[in-house]
Design a protein around this ligand. Structure first.
Ligand code: NAD
Length: 373
C-alpha cells in the first residue's frame, strides 16, 4: 500500500475479462467526471488482467499490473473468468487469481449494499410491495472459510474412487474483526445486525455464532443482534428483504446470498461492492471496488451489459477511500435520476421498453450528473 504523503488517491483501473472491461470503461468515465468536475484528488492508472495479457505475454497478471495494484490505494476491478480462460493452465490462473489478491492484501470486509430502486419496481422480479424500503448491506467475510481452508484437493482412493474435499474453517480473530465491522456499520445505519450461519450443522458456524455473541455483549450491546440459519436467510431475502439492515456472514454464504439479494435491486448487474483491508499505521486501508457480478460470458463482447454495479462501486470508492460522502451521494442520486428518466439496459427493462447499450447507460448517468450540479 502506498505510504506517500500526497493527498492524491492512487487508483488502479483493471477491467479484466468478459464484460469486466465493458462495464469498467463506463465506471472509469464516471470517475474521470469527478476528477474533472469536482476536483476529486485521484491519479488513475490502467492495467490489464486475464486472457488478453496472457496470450500476449504469458502472464495473467503482467508485472506492470502487479506493480499498479501494489502501488494503488484503491483498485477499480471489472471481472475475472469465462469459458475462453480454459486456454490458461489452471495453476497459472490460480497463482494470479482474484482470490489470491484478496488474500495478499487481506481484503477481509466485503460490503455489498442492496438497495431497491423505486424506478425499477416494475422491472424487478420481486413484487413492488416486497421491495418497499429495501436497503441493507451484506457484509461477507472474504479471506477465510471454505474458499481458503486447508486441506483441500482431489485424491484417488485405494479402491479407485476419487474424493474431492474442502475445509470450512474460521478462527476467532477472523470472526471477531468482521463482526466488529458489522456492528460499527450498523451504528451508522439502523442499528441492526443479523448474523447468518449454519450453526445447527457446522462446528465452524457454532464458533462463529459464539464469537459474534461474545463481541456483541462486550462492546456493542446498543446494536440489535439476531441470528439466522443460511437456508432461512435465502428464503427471507426474497420473502421480506426490508427486515434486514446489516447482514454479516462467512465467505461462501455471502457469495451465494448476495446473488440472491440482487433480485431485490432488479438485476445482478446493479450490485456494487467494496472489499476493505485492515487499517494501517497511516490510517489508510487498501480497498478493491468491483461489481458483484462475474464476467458474464453469455453477453460478453455484445456491449449490452449493465454498468451500474460498476458505476455504483465508484460511489463506494468516493465514500470509503476518498471520504467524499457528498460526491458519493451525488453519484447515487445521478443513477437514481437516470433510472427515473427511463434509462434501461436489457437486464432491467420492462417488457417492450427501449433499451440502452452499456455506453448509453454510462451517458445517461453522466447526463444526470451534469444536470444535478
Ligand atoms: P455472472 O455473474 O458472470 O453471470 C450470471 C448471469 O447474470 C448471466 O446470465 C449474466 O449475463 C448476468 N449478468 C451478470 N452481470 C451482468 C450485467 N452487468 N448486466 C447484465 N447481465 C449481467 O456469473 P456466472 O455466469 O456464474 O460466472 C461467469 C464467470 O464469472 C465464471 O468464470 C465465474 O467464476 C466468474 N465470476 C467472477 C466474479 C468476479 O470477477 N468477482 C464473480 C462471480 C463469478
Amino acid at each position: 500500500m502506498s505510504t506517500t504523503s500526497s493527498n492524491m488517491l492512487k487508483v488502479a483501473v483493471v477491467g479484466g475479462e468478459g464484460i469486466g472491461p465493458e462495464v469498467t470503461a463506463e465506471a472509469h468515465r464516471v470517475l474521470r467526471w469527478f476528477v474533472d468536475k469536482r476536483a476529486v484528488p485521484v491519479v488513475l492508472r490502467e492495467a490489464q488482467y486475464g486472457i488478453v495479457p496472457y496470450l500476449a505475454t504469458g502472464h495473467v497478471m503482467p508485472p506492470d499490473t502487479v506493480e499498479a495494484i501494489e502501488d494503488a490505494d484503491a483498485i477499480l476491478f471489472g471481472a475475472t473468468g469465462g469459458p475462453e480462460t480454459k486456454e490458461v493452465p489452471p495453476e497459472v490462473r490460480k497463482a494470479a487469481s482474484l482470490l489470491k489478491l484478496r488474500q495478499k492484501y487481506d481484503l477481509y470486509a466485503n460490503l455489498r449494499p442492496v438497495v431497491a430502486a423505486p424506478a425499477l419496481s416494475e422491472a424487478a422480479p420481486l413484487k413492488a410491495s416486497v421491495l418497499e424500503g429495501v436497503n441493507f448491506i451484506i457484509l461477507r467475510e472474504l479471506t477465510g472459510g471454505i474458499y481458503f481452508g486447508e486441506p483441500r484437493g482431489i485424491e484417488t482412493l485405494p479402491d479407485g474412487r476419487r474424493r474431492g474435499f474442502n475445509t470450512e474453517v474460521y478462527t476467532t480473530d477472523k470472526i471477531q474483526r468482521v463482526a466488529r465491522t458489522a456492528f460499527e456499520l450498523a451504528r451508522e445505519r439502523r442499528g441492526k445486525v443479523c448474523s447468518v450461519d449454519k450453526a445447527n450443522v457446522l462446528e465452524a458456524s457454532v464458533l462463529w455464532r459464539e464469537e459474534v455473541i461474545a463481541l456483541h455483549k462486550a462492546e456493542f450491546s446498543d446494536v440489535e443482534l439476531s441470528h439466522m440459519y443460511v437456508d432461512n436467510a435465502a428464503m427471507q431475502i426474497v420473502r421480506a428483504p426490508a427486515q434486514f439492515d446489516v447482514m454479516v456472514t462467512g465467505n461462501i454464504f455471502g457469495d451465494i446470498l448476495s446473488d440472491c439479494a440482487a433480485m431485490c435491486s432488479g438485476s445482478l448487474g446493479m450490485l456494487p461492492s467494496a472489499s476493505l483491508g485492515p487499517v494501517d499505521r497511516f490510517g489508510k486501508r487498501k480497498a478493491l471496488f468491483e461489481p458483484v457480478h462475474g464476467s458474464a460470458p453469455d453477453i460478453a463482447g455484445k456491449g449490452i451489459a449493465n454498468p451500474l454495479g460498476s458505476i455504483l462501486s465508484v460511489a463506494m470508492m468516493l465514500r470509503l477511500s476518498l471520504d467524499r460522502a457528498q460526491d458519493a451521494a451525488l453519484l447515487e442520486n445521478a443513477v437514481g435520476t437516470a433510472l427515473a428518466r427511463g434509462a434501461r439496459t436489457a437486464d432491467i427493462a420492462e417488457k417492450g421498453a427501449r433499451t440502452l447499450n452499456t455506453s448509453g447507460m454510462g451517458d445517461a448517468v453522466i447526463d444526470a450528473l451534469n444536470a444535478l450540479v
